[in-house]
Design a binder for this molecule. Structure first.
Ligand SMILES: [Fe+2]
Length: 347
């Protein structure tokens, strides 16, 4: 078996598991920022990815499943209780997923969420957020239930072979893996092995809400896009112009670029690049016909941070302004680099 554990900076763990004999592979809990990484690892080991699997509906990381599955044309596996409409193969407790010659057994372990499952291999178990190293998944997020987590742990997962290695869905301290036996001996949350005490412990943890909770649930449940995805997709459709290049061009006797400021009007009035035209992003499509009369014009779009301008430049290209580009870096970098601003009212 080929086994890779891939971590994000925020401690989310995903796993690439491959069959040496057949070169078939599966990725467990793929995360949106690691897609290139998974592809590189699979290529390096000569593996072809057959499935993507989410151990549960994540509230704390952005699943790559939907966009990645579309990109490489493979099915997404989740537990049958998952609310996500884009799941291709729904599985349930006791079933086996076959990847080449590997057998991955599904154990339904609700509690962290109602669709949580653990994936059992002969020498290890991928526990998702049901069991972490020295902790358990929380039960205070949507569909969480401490009573169910008690059963999933004490009447399920913890009864497996104690020598099994435990690979969790999160590991904030770079410990990699544990074993069932070590967790039974050392995990402080498992010391409360009486149901009422365990439930009380879970209900009084008072954990802060994960950052991006609403965005993660929105995108993971609907298959919609994150804000970062929208911006990076727009960035793939446009080119950029460096600040020095823009400055050189506007200093020249016959500037061949039209600078377009897409920030709100009051920000524009406080200070903008000399000669810029103002059309706030929210009005761009509706005012383009009146104010941008030459579709062959070379337009350099800018905003404060370089994100909105990327979206705006992509929109302009879609509308036929095929020479629209975005300022690389935004007005903040322009200002910090000491380039001049103009503040009189224009347009
Ligand atoms: Fe989770």
């Amino acid at each position: 078996m080929i086994f890779h554990q891939i971590s994000t900076e925020r401690g989310c763990q995903s796993y690439l598991i491959g069959c040496k004999e057949t070169c078939a592979a599966i990725i467990i809990d793929p995360e949106i920022t690691k897609i290139e990484h998974y592809l590189a690892l699979a290529a390096q080991d000569g593996l072809r990815i057959h499935y993507l699997l989410d151990t549960h509906t994540h509230a704390d990381h952005f699943s790559a499943s939907q966009s990645f599955a579309r990109q490489i044309g493979v099915p997404i596996i989740m537990h049958r209780n998952s609310g996500a409409p884009f799941v291709d193969m729904r599985v349930d407790d006791g079933e086996t997923i076959i990847v080449g010659e590997l057998r991955l057994r599904v154990m339904h372990t609700p509690g962290h969420t109602e669709d949580s499952m653990c994936i059992i291999l002969p020498d290890r178990v991928l526990t998702g957020d049901t069991l972490l190293i020295g902790a358990t998944g929380r039960t205070d997020l949507p569909t969480g239930d401490p009573d169910q987590l008690y059963d999933s742990l004490f009447n399920g997962l913890l009864k497996l072979n104690p020598t099994l290695k435990v690979y969790p869905g999160h590991d904030y301290k770079h410990r990699g893996y544990s074993t069932i036996a070590r967790e039974l001996a050392e995990n402080p949350r498992l010391k409360k092995n009486n149901r009422a005490e365990f439930v009380e412990l879970m209900q009084t943890l008072n954990l802060s809400m994960p950052t991006h909770l609403t965005e993660a649930l929105r995108t993971n449940l609907s298959g919609g896009k994150t804000v970062e995805q929208l911006i990076s997709e727009a960035a793939e459709k446009v080119s950029f112009m460096a600040i020095e290049e823009v400055n050189n061009r506007i200093q020249s006797a016959a500037p061949d670029i039209l600078l377009l400021d897409v920030r709100e009007r009051d920000a524009f009035e406080q200070g903008h690049i000399a000669g810029a035209m103002s059309i706030p992003r929210g009005q761009l499509e509706l005012r383009a016909n009146d104010q941008l009369t030459d579709p062959t014009q070379r337009i350099v779009v800018y905003c404060e941070f370089g994100k909105i301008s990327t979206l705006a430049a992509a929109t302009l290209r879609e509308m036929g302004f095929s020479r629209a580009v975005a300022l690389d870096g935004g007005l903040r970098v322009w200002r910090e680099s000491g380039y001049p601003l103009e503040s009189e009212k224009k347009n």
